[in-house]
Design a protein around this ligand. Structure first.
Ligand code: FA5
Length: 351
């Protein structure tokens, strides 16, 4: 074999291999081609094997040419393989065509619970009147929930709040911790920690050992309010609560104040709104009275002021505590408080 003839032979193998490679259309086709030209007994491999029988000069020239052709063919094969894969994907995509104009799946979106929305509405109104917002513990000491609010141990007024006691014993065998029965303990906590003037509201949960019905839950939300300064009078209390009722319920809702007793205020009142269901006629919701009580209030008792170290001759103040669920019921015409906590999405999705 002369060197030019062998180089010629390599070129012919290469040309033929290129033509056949372009004609391969599938993975199996391509594999057959690789075996035929680059495989262990392939055409080009045989040329390389035969180099040993050539004289040194031919071996160098033909060997270099055959190796170049091998590298070129391998590169061409890889490129062809990529082309085949890409056109297979395009083919698949064109068969399963995607309609980009179709509407997508809606992303599920949560929303605030109606009670959370109502708390935000209430705090918004009081913020606009210059009140700050504080929060406090739900598991509370008896001292703050009762004693510091002028409700001593064994006093009958403790019966106003059926209490859930926490199973924690003091050294003397008493249980001094409870689930707070109202947000009022925060009055004492705030005054203990701050000097007057105080103007704050406290949203939070309260718990009572109570049977449930259309307007009573054993756990519910309250918003406490407290304002203490020099010269605060009962008309400040009335003005503030009237303005709150006007902003939350609108001008047309009627408001009623009645005397009430709470040991930590003197005088004490409760405030009611005319019933949303019967417009004051009397129905099941309002217990046939035409009114729904939403809050208790009054002037902070001098004993409470003195108990936190305030001078009750210099300072006076008012406090109130409202039930958030009752307000939400009035706002939306909801006739059973238990609906808020049943986790029934058909109810909750309406807000
Ligand atoms: C109190 O809890 C006093 N701490 C309120 C207060 C604060 C008076 C500051 C004076 C000064 P009362 O128990 O009435 O008061 O509850 C206040 C409001 O919480 C009620 O008007 C009512 O709207 C709501 N509430 C009371 N019990 C329940 C209950 N079981 N379920 C739902 N809401 C309730």
């Amino acid at each position: 074999m002369s060197s030019s003839a062998s180089v010629q032979q390599v070129k012919e193998i290469e040309t033929q291999a290129m033509e056949e490679l372009d004609a391969t259309v599938g993975v199996e086709d391509l594999d057959r081609w690789r075996i035929a030209y680059l495989g262990r007994n392939g055409h080009l491999t045989q040329v390389l094997r035969g180099l040993g029988s050539l004289d040194p000069e031919d071996r160098r020239v033909v060997g270099a040419e055959a190796n170049r052709a091998k590298v070129d063919l391998e590169a061409r094969m890889e490129a062809h393989q990529r082309d085949l894969r890409n056109s297979a994907i395009s083919e698949q995509l064109s068969q399963k065509s995607i309609d980009v104009t179709m509407p997508g799946w809606p992303a599920p979106q949560g929303r605030l619970h109606p009670i959370t929305q109502t708390i935000r509405d209430i705090t918004g109104v009081f913020r606009s009147m210059g009140f700050g917002v504080e929060e406090g513990p739900e598991v509370e000491w008896e001292r703050y929930n009762f004693d510091m609010l002028n409700i001593p141990k064994d006093h009958p007024s403790r019966d106003m709040w059926d209490t859930l006691w926490v199973d924690y014993m003091d050294q003397d065998g008493t249980r001094p911790m409870l689930l707070r029965t109202h947000t009022s303990p925060m009055q004492a906590r705030i005054m203990e920690a701050t000097d007057p003037p105080v103007r704050v509201i406290v949203p939070g949960k309260a718990f009572r050992y109570e049977a449930t019905d259309a307007t009573h839950e054993w756990h519910f939300q309250q918003v406490e309010g407290l304002a203490v300064d020099e010269g605060i009078t009962f008309s400040d209390l009335k003005g503030t609560l009237f303005e709150f009722a006007r902003q939350v319920f609108g001008e047309e809702r009627r408001v009623r104040f009645r005397c009430d007793f709470f040991p930590f205020v003197e005088p004490g009142v409760d405030m009611s709104i005319d019933c949303f269901k019967c417009d004051g006629e009397g129905c099941r919701i309002c217990g046939k009275s035409g009114w729904i009580e939403i809050l208790g209030a009054g002037m902070v008792h001098p004993a409470v002021l003195e108990g936190v170290g305030y001078d009750s001759k210099k300072y006076s103040g008012f406090a109130f505590g409202m039930g958030v669920e009752r307000i939400c019921m009035l706002l939306h015409g909801i006739d059973d408080i238990r609906l808020f906590y049943n986790n029934d999405l058909r109810f909750l999705r309406q807000f």
